[in-house]
Write a protein that binds this ligand. Structure first.
Ligand code: PLP
Length: 350
């Protein structure tokens, strides 16, 4: 890559193996159900998460929305975390396009609901109320430092959902980061949900695409939702070919990204003027802040990193940042980040 880009893992370019696979991919019209490479990707995706079937969609947002529209109908509601991606960062799709009411619950330091809140939020049958149809979960939890949530949480949520005939969808945009961080088979994180979506285009490096997985009847309906949303693609095998490389070759190496994030976090913790909670750094995300005594603002710090070292970073608050590691970030890049940060703080107004 021409810059050292810590803004997100979405910026990761496809690998040389992906570009070669894309060039060679057999294709067909996938809306006619005739693209062999898409079929192969969907079969592999379903197998990876232990669900019956899968659907290739252009984005994580579409995977989640197709799932929500399939599980719930106009006038029904979905329980969702106050800082969940599906609530905060998908432009209100469930309400805009589905007429589905989000029932928003607080989340704890890791991104979990209190189980008591959850039970209380499921509305009884009464003409005054919407019908609670769905619970939306996320793993790893993006707004909480990409924290990987353990299987027993999903089992507990599932038990409550089943008592009330409510479905559970998992936004697993970074599901494999969570599985690798916890050293678990992804099945252990997906066995307690009715559907799960995951992204190929983040840490897994594919250029485009996500998979929505669930039962065969669910996926047949979700295929219709994808068509409504304009996500029926034709010779999509060109994209699916990169996805096959992502699932076959790029999952286990996520551990490298996590190790780099750890290295970055520990380095930052030693720099005066930086505040960071090391216990939250479990996957490929490092949230940190510059302390007020540095007199640095987020914009100022970001501009200096770019000027000094061609390092790109994103702000999440007035003095707060999120650095994300991925395939194209090397150990030398992490070292450069640390050196530049030290230099910026030392040369500041301390
Ligand atoms: C990135 C992301 C999505 C959406 O994926 P897009 O492909 O950007 O639409 C959904 N949920 C989470 C937690 C994400 O990080």
């Amino acid at each position: 890559m021409d810059t050292i880009d810590f803004r997100s893992d979405t910026v990761s370019w496809p690998t040389p193996a992906m570009r070669a696979a894309m060039a060679a991919a057999p294709v067909g019209d996938d809306v006619y159900g005739e693209d062999p490479t898409v079929h192969q990707l969907e079969a592999l995706a379903a197998q990876k998460v232990g669900h019956e079937a899968a659907l290739f969609v252009p984005s994580g947002t579409m995977g989640n929305l197709a799932a929500i529209l399939t599980h719930a109908a106009r006038g029904e509601s979905a329980i969702v975390g106050e800082d969940a991606h599906t609530y905060q960062a998908e432009a209100g799709g469930m309400a805009v396009l589905g007429g589905i009411l989000p029932q928003v619950l607080p989340t704890d330091a890791y991104g979990c609901f209190s189980l008591t809140d959850l039970k209380n939020a499921i509305l009884p049958e009464d003409e005054h109320y919407t019908r609670t149809r769905l619970i939306l979960l996320e793993n790893s939890y993006g707004s909480k430092s990409g924290y990987p949530l353990p299987p027993d949480y999903f089992a507990a949520v599932r038990a409550i959902a089943q008592q009330h005939d409510v479905r559970v969808h998992l936004d697993g945009a970074r599901l494999f980061n969570a599985a690798v961080a916890l050293n678990l088979d992804p099945h252990q994180l997906t066995q307690h949900v009715d559907s799960v979506s995951f992204c190929l285009s983040k840490g897994l490096c594919a250029p485009v695409g996500s998979l929505l997985c669930g039962s065969a009847p669910f996926i047949r309906e979700a295929r219709r939702a994808r068509k409504i949303l304009g996500g029926g693609m034709r010779q999509a095998g060109v994209l699916a070919a990169a996805g096959l490389v992502a699932l076959n070759e790029m999952i286990e190496r996520l551990a490298d990204d996590h190790a780099q994030a750890r290295l970055l976090a520990e380095g930052l913790a030693h720099i005066p003027g930086i505040a960071i909670d090391l216990a939250m750094v479990r996957t490929n995300m490092v949230f940190f802040e510059v302390t007020p005594d540095t007199q640095l603002t987020a914009d100022n710090f970001i501009a200096q990193l770019r000027e000094r070292a061609n390092i790109w970073l994103g702000a999440v608050g007035p003095r707060h940042f999120r650095a994300v590691t991925h395939y194209w970030i090397s150990a030398a890049d992490v070292e450069r980040f640390l050196e530049s940060t030290r230099a910026i703080i030392l040369s500041g107004n301390r």
